[in-house]
Every structure is written in C-alpha cells, then in structure tokens.
Design a protein around this ligand. Sequence first.
Ligand SMILES: [Zn+2]
Ligand SMILES: [Zn+2]
Length: 255
Amino acid sequence: MTLIASRPLAAARSAGAALLDLLLPRACVACDRLVESGNRGVVCGRCWARLHELPHPRCERCGHPMRRERCAWCDLLPPFVRAARSVCWIPGRTGGAIVHALKYGGWRAAAEGMADRMARLAWPRDVIEERAALVPVPLAPVRERERGYNQSALLAHALGARWHLPVWPRCLERTRATVSQTRLTPDQRRHNVSGAFRAAPGTAPRLRGAHIVLVDDVITTGATLVACATTLFDAGARIISIVTFGRAPAVGDRT
Ligand SMILES: [Zn+2]
Ligand SMILES: [Zn+2]
C-alpha cells in the first residue's frame, strides 16, 4: 500500500525536477557558458560545434587522417583489429574539456552527447554486419570505486542503445592496477599494460568467433586498447574493432 501511494509522489517529484531543469539555466560542463534552452544535454551547442573532428581523408581501417599513401598509424594495431574509429582530437580544448568533465567532473550525462557523435561514425560494411557486442575497457576496481562509475562503460551503454547491440561490461578484468599513462613513453605504456587484463571467467563461450567492438574514451598510443584486444583475441574472439571519442595525434599529424 505504501509503495503504491508513494508512486504518484515520486512521479510528481521527478516531474518537478524535470521542470526545474527546464526553467533553471545550466552551465556547460566544458566552457561554463549557459546551455541553450531546449538543449537537454550538459554540453552547449557551441562546444559541440567547435569539436576538433579528425580531418578527411581518413584511413579505411584505422580511421586516422592520412597524409601519405600508406597509413603509419595502422602499424600500431595487430592484424586481428579490423577497424578503429574516433570522433575528435584530444587534447583539443573542447574535446579535452568534455572528456575531463565525464572522467573527473562526475558529469555522467556527458556520455550521451559523446555517444551521439560516436554512433554517427562511418564503418566498413563488414564491421556493421558482424559486430556482436560492445566491451568497455575496464577501470581498476579501486579507481572505479573512487569515481563511482567507469566512463568507458557509460559510453558503451549509450552506444549500445544507439546501435542496438548488447554490452558486456564485465567481460574484461584488470589483473593489476597500472600507473597513470599520461607521462609514459609509448614503450613504457606497452610495458605498463602488458598482462594487465584478462577475460572474466566464463566469458570464453560468448567470445568464441565473435567480432567485438572495444569502447574507450580516448586512444593515445593504443597500448591499453591493443592489450585489451589481444586479451579478447586470446580468449577466442575472432576480430576486434575499436571506437573512442577522442584520439591523440601522432608525430607528424596536423591538428
Ligand atoms: Zn560549452
Ligand atoms: Zn590506418
């Protein structure tokens, strides 16, 4: 009885909250300017418009902007990685601020607008036809407890809803904590993450023969995503593709 009686109350409360949301101006999590009325997201239209998207032409496989006939960025990816795609350069003021708000500012809702843009990326036809599930890059448990969520899992769920694909959020596990990669060289990064992941017990039957799409917020040298892709491949996945919101430029890229 109490439960039934409290339902209209809860509904009234959430309707009230939604109304307040519409009436009270909100600041953009990336630039602090007011978000336009009618924009239900946490990032303003101006910031989305200023996003520094990866320029064309892009490599058909790795999605990296190409300057020569042969793509050098593809060399970062092992042969079982079919394709990789990213929306924008990071750091780049706007993209970096949005990722920062999602990761460190507690702005979970930023994942929705990011996933909107990730969902619109163009893929080779075979990837669209074959992709079976989305797997987020796991955080170290201690970091996930501190943050309260894994930003890559939020992106994977938002993207899964748009692509109508299942998300396997606990498919990969960290076997150990790794140090922050920001100050490491590419070689140190590879060493830092080597053997840091495993497929969760019991996931091998689902993975067998599957084309999996790995999801992360940003790809820098690819060390973390390649370590995750290798773990999935070793556990039986046949092909892995990669999608991220941001991508760090490599040496020689014009940003
Ligand atoms: Zn803004
Ligand atoms: Zn390439």
